[in-house]
Design a protein around this ligand. Structure first.
Ligand code: SF4
Ligand code: SF4
Length: 202
């Protein structure tokens, strides 16, 4: 059946009218900052103290955009007769965000919780080389990493927290009798101690 003349125009106008009556979804960035979810993949922060230079992140990165340099250092034996140990010392840690595709694999595979997502995204540069963030800059991003979400109320207590709580309870239990005894013990000690000779008695 042949289309009714002008029906295309009517359909187009109907779409225009429908859209005109809807609320606009345009974000007025940069005047109004977007309300991003806390787990947004904006930039990667490095918590250097946790990094053992295991190289897993650099090996697993599909874009090969993580650059790590390190050297080995000998640590003397902890006890006499013990063996010396060697450990990796980080010299360079950099991520090239001009290559990064924000897949998050590096963060997932890091066994030592040294990499974190931050929702910060305002780091555009006019020079592409500036998008390689070196270790100091990656460390600065750590300040923008949001706190982890609260645990589900019904969730099992994490093993680390349970262990820390038990240790704190043991310490508190060990200190309580001592604290209770301390004033009495101080009194007993002062009563038992010989009196200091006075100036004229010497
Ligand atoms: S997010 Fe993905 S692409 Fe980016 S550095 Fe990590 S592993 Fe590489
Ligand atoms: S995987 Fe983690 S610990 Fe290993 S080199 Fe990368 S950031 Fe460091």
């Amino acid at each position: 059946m042949a289309p009714i003349p002008g029906s295309g125009l009517a359909k187009g106008l109907a779409v225009t009218l429908r859209t005109m009556t809807r609320k606009s979804v345009t974000e007025q960035y940069p005047d109004a900052l977007p309300d991003l979810p806390p787990r947004t993949r904006g930039v990667i922060g490095l918590f250097e103290e946790n990094c053992t230079v295991c190289m897993l992140c650099a090996r697993e990165c599909p874009d090969w955009c993580i650059y790590i340099d390190s050297h080995k250092e000998t640590v003397p034996a902890a006890a006499p007769g013990g063996r010396e140990r060697s450990r990796n010392v980080l010299d360079r840690f950099a991520i090239d965000f001009s290559l990064c595709m924000y897949c998050g694999i590096c963060i997932e595979v890091c066994p030592f919780d040294a990499l974190f997502w931050s929702p910060e995204f305002e780091y555009a540069e006019t020079d592409i080389h500036e998008l390689t963030h070196e270790r100091d800059k990656l460390r600065e991003w750590m300040w923008t990493v949001p706190a982890p979400p609260a645990l589900d109320p019904g969730a099992e207590e994490p093993k680390e927290i349970a262990a820390a709580r038990k240790t704190a309870e043991k310490l508190a239990a060990a200190q309580t009798p001592q604290a209770a005894q301390t004033p009495q013990a101080a009194q007993d000690e002062s009563a038992a101690a010989p009196a200091e000779p006075r100036e004229g008695e010497r």
